[in-house]
Design a protein around this ligand. Structure first.
Ligand SMILES: [Zn+2]
Length: 276
């Protein structure tokens, strides 16, 4: 799909999701700005990662280029290298921790006049750590995608140099973001997943601090793309410190980064508070 189309889809989904957070105008403007910054930073990092991979592939001899084991080593060294791990963790922290605080603070101030949100709460640092744990998972996904593409190219080539040429072609396309894991679609996926986690995680913490809210109710997002397991979870009520049961995962909130990837990637579900 074209970049413009992805942008349009992302925008439509975000509007629906942001509406459900019931923020005031100023909060919403801040949130949209943070979201955009996070997404842009992730796009930048993915581009750099794609280019670094391509550079490393370029340096391989023809013989090594058609050896999937060698290609795997290059992938691991680029993706798990300190540079990108640190960059990713920092980007995730900078972009999505403020969303968490914003969501928590806005819920708390709506529920209680005498309580003030503290940005130094333990739940927030636990949340940031959990979110950063998604980084190796994300890198694992892109390694798998590239490995499959390389394997296919090696199979398709008739002679060794033809195979090497095909492998180079795949790496060049990935570096440009035309195909593979370093494109715009992927950065939207990552930033959406993280923004859902941050907004819902902050909400639950704000409710806890209010001491008025006792429970939470899962609200699945509307639309055809909502997972069956999430539609099934719609209306599920739990105490604030009890997890929802969604598919095979136990999630404290939609997008909970400690849950399985299959239940949190691109989730747009939200929650409603249950009062005493
Ligand atoms: Zn969902």
């Amino acid at each position: 799909m074209c970049e413009y189309c992805w942008e349009k889809i992302a925008k439509a989904d975000d509007t629906e999701f942001l509406d459900s957070l019931a923020l005031n105008y100023a909060e919403r403007a801040v949130l949209e700005e943070l979201y955009k910054q996070g997404e842009n930073r992730i796009i930048e990092i993915l581009e750099l990662q794609g280019k670094a991979l391509h550079d490393a592939i370029q340096e391989l001899s023809e013989e090594l280029l058609i050896d999937i084991g060698e290609l795997g080593k290059v992938l691991v060294s680029v993706q798990n290298g300190d540079l990108f791990t640190v960059e990713f963790e920092q980007a995730v922290y900078d972009a999505f921790t403020p969303l968490y605080h914003l969501a928590g603070e806005s819920e708390l101030s709506a529920l209680s006049n005498d309580k003030t949100w503290s940005t130094k709460n333990k739940a927030a640092s636990r949340f940031a750590k959990n979110l950063q744990k998604l980084v190796p998972d994300m890198n694992g996904t892109s390694k798998d995608t590239m490995t499959r593409a390389f394997q296919k190219a090696i199979k398709e080539g008739k002679t060794p140099s033809e195979r090497a040429l095909l492998v180079r072609g795949i790496s060049a396309a990935a570096a440009k973001g035309d195909a593979g894991p370093f494109n715009m679609e992927r950065s939207i996926t990552i930033s959406r997943t993280m923004s859902t986690a941050a907004a819902n995680g902050g909400k639950v913490e704000g409710w806890k601090q209010s001491e008025v809210v006792t429970g939470k109710k899962w609200r699945s997002s509307k639309g055809d793309r909502t997972r069956k397991s999430h539609k099934k979870a719609n209306g599920q009520v739990r105490a604030l410190d009890e997890p929802f049961e969604v598919g095979k995962s136990k999630l404290m909130f939609p997008g909970d980064p400690s849950g399985r990837a299959e239940e949190i990637i691109r989730c747009r579900c939200t929650m409603q508070s249950v009062l005493k």
